[in-house]
Design a protein around this ligand. Structure first.
Ligand SMILES: [Zn+2]
Ligand SMILES: [Zn+2]
Length: 58
């Protein structure tokens, strides 16, 4: 059984859910970390930072 863990928005740190417009994508720089962005952070183009490679991007 796969357990569904709450995902945190990489930008604001709040819990996100894919059903509510959050998106995830691999880090554009290292590709090893999955970036999550909530709908609000997408809307405001908040920056995210990859904890693995310290890549920052919109
Ligand atoms: Zn967010
Ligand atoms: Zn990275």
């Amino acid at each position: 059984m796969s357990e569904i863990k709450p995902q945190l928005c990489t930008s604001c740190g709040k819990v996100v859910s894919p059903e509510k417009g959050a998106v995830r994508f691999p880090c554009p720089n290292c590709g090893k970390y999955t970036i999550w962005r909530c709908e609000r952070c997408r809307l405001f183009s908040n920056a995210f930072k990859c904890p693995l490679c310290n890549f920052e991007g919109p």
